[in-house]
Design a protein around this ligand. Structure first.
Ligand SMILES: Cc1cc2nc3c(=O)[nH]c(=O)nc-3n(C[C@H](O)[C@H](O)[C@H](O)COP(=O)(O)O)c2cc1C
Length: 321
């Protein structure tokens, strides 16, 4: 059984992935947030910065992700990634945001099998890299996803990750396990389940329902509870260690952004994103999150964090206990 960390734009960047792997572990591969392909001659080198081998711990398996609807651009970007040492490239056809889907990218390409075919004919023509796909059930409905799966079956892909929602659902509503079942049964490639695994019980329920699925991708659940992947893998983490592990993780991320972002304002904004996920366990009534939102200086922020990262702040049924 493999567990993958889902890409979350702005959060699961190199420093996050490296620290997560070192402190919590339990993840077999980390997928990077997407970079958008364009004319590679005009692409800024800073686009690739987060993927550079010097920023990524060699022991941490990382799969870079591209957002594209142009096979030639994809191929050139993928070649650049091969030169950086990667041999698997993940293609994002799941991003649900209208500014992406309106351009027939991300989940916006799912209703257009001809475009997908044209893309795959070109993108799959280079044997220097393997392609995996991360998709939704469809943009508007799961019938679209079925047509996509049939098409993907015709190409030499190395796997298909299915987030069990349609694009128009964005991140709301329930995952549609019946449609996932239909799609993954029709898929000839190795399938990965993704969507709403927040607890060990969620994982078990999905594993029991789909015994042939061997790969699971965790996103927000792992960001909220970074111990979850290890717990799923059967590891027992003494509760006395948990707060110091969270502190260590926080401090590594904080120090990284302190050294790379310009000014306290940006630093506080970035750390707010971190706490957006984590505070669900440390802040039952939203009191600390309100304080964090108000912080404008690193000193204010650290004072607040010292209050939060205190075992008495976690309520008794928090999984972080
Ligand atoms: C803020 C945010 C940013 C995301 N960025 C990406 C991304 O860059 N690439 C991608 O494939 N999915 C992205 N996703 C989707 C997640 O990878 C994942 O598929 C989704 O959250 C469902 O899994 P979960 O329920 O385990 O979180 C993002 C999700 C969120 C909430």
């Amino acid at each position: 059984m493999n567990l993958f960390l889902a890409p979350i734009q702005g959060i699961t960047m190199a420093c996050y992935r490296n620290s997560f792997a070192k402190i919590f572990g339990g993840i077999d591969a980390y997928y990077s947030p997407f970079i958008t392909t364009s004319d590679i001659k005009k692409a800024s080198p800073s686009l690739f910065k987060d993927l550079l081998p010097e920023h990524n711990d060699a022991a941490v398996k990382m799969v870079p992700q591209l957002l594209s609807n142009d096979g030639s651009d994809f191929r050139l970007f993928a070649s650049a990634l091969v030169d950086m040492g990667y041999n698997e490239i993940n293609w994002n056809i799941g991003c649900p945001f209208p500014m992406v889907t309106n351009k027939k990218k991300g989940a916006g390409i799912l209703p257009y099998p001809d475009m997908l075919k044209k893309f795959l004919d070109i993108a799959c023509g280079d044997s220097n890299y393997k392609i995996t796909v991360k998709m939704r059930l469809g943009l508007d409905n799961p019938e679209e996803g079925m047509d996509v799966i049939k098409l993907l079956n015709e190409y030499p892909l190395s796997g298909v990750i299915i987030h069990a929602r349609t694009g128009i659902q964005m991140y709301t509503g329930n995952v549609d396990l019946d449609s996932f079942e239909v799609l993954h049964s029709a898929c000839n490639h190795e399938a990965t389940y993704n969507g709403d695994i927040f607890t060990f019980e969620d994982f078990k329920r999905i594993q029991d329902r789909f015994p042939s699925i061997k790969n699971f991708m965790l996103g927000r659940g792992a960001l909220r509870n970074p111990f979850l992947p290890s717990i799923i893998k059967g590891q027992i983490i003494p509760s006395t260690d948990k707060m110091s592990m969270i502190r260590h993780f926080h401090d590594e991320i904080y120090n990284h952004y302190k050294n790379t972002l310009f000014g306290d304002r940006h630093l506080c904004d970035k750390m707010r994103e971190f706490w957006f996920y984590m505070s669900v366990h440390t802040d039952k009534d939203g009191k600390f999150m309100k304080k964090i939102k108000k912080c404008q200086s690193a000193a204010d922020y650290l004072d607040t964090i010292n209050l939060i990262l205190n075992p008495s702040c976690m309520w008794s049924n928090s999984p972080l206990r």
